[in-house]
Write a protein that binds this ligand. Structure first.
Ligand SMILES: [Cu+2]
Length: 125
């Protein structure tokens, strides 16, 4: 009986420890972002092309095109979405920065001769 109680207590302690390390459930889709970053895509650049965010920050990218269709591919976050051509709307993406590092992004829609040069980086620090 004593052995069973000890084992039970140990399991409770492990569960409490595990819960203490889990952050409260938050849905990035409904949460107010900590910061909004406006980005303009045009042949063949993103402006800004270097975006610095703080670890733990929920950032919303609002991306518009100044000319044709472009794409926004941030592979590290599993993001690949279309940026509509000028005047046809905007792309809104939320990015929860949880790992420090440099994460490249690039245009993912063929937009002309300099398409392969259309790149940028998100720096999480
Ligand atoms: Cu492109």
């Amino acid at each position: 009986m004593v052995v069973l109680m000890r084992r039970h207590f140990l399991l409770l302690a492990i569960a409490a420890l595990a819960l203490a390390q889990v952050r409260p459930a938050q849905d990035p889709a409904t949460q107010t972002p900590d910061r909004v970053v406006n980005i303009v895509a045009e042949r063949f650049t993103f402006n800004p092309s270097r975006i610095v965010v703080k670890n733990g920050e929920l950032v919303e990218f609002v991306i518009i095109s100044d000319d044709t269709d472009h794409g926004f591919n941030l592979a590290a976050a599993g993001i690949d979405a279309a940026i509509p051509q000028q005047g046809k709307g905007e792309l809104r993406i939320r990015f929860l920065a949880s790992v420090n590092g440099r994460f490249g992004f690039e245009c993912s829609r063929a937009c002309g001769a300099g398409h392969n040069l259309m790149r940028g980086v998100v720096v999480v620090e």
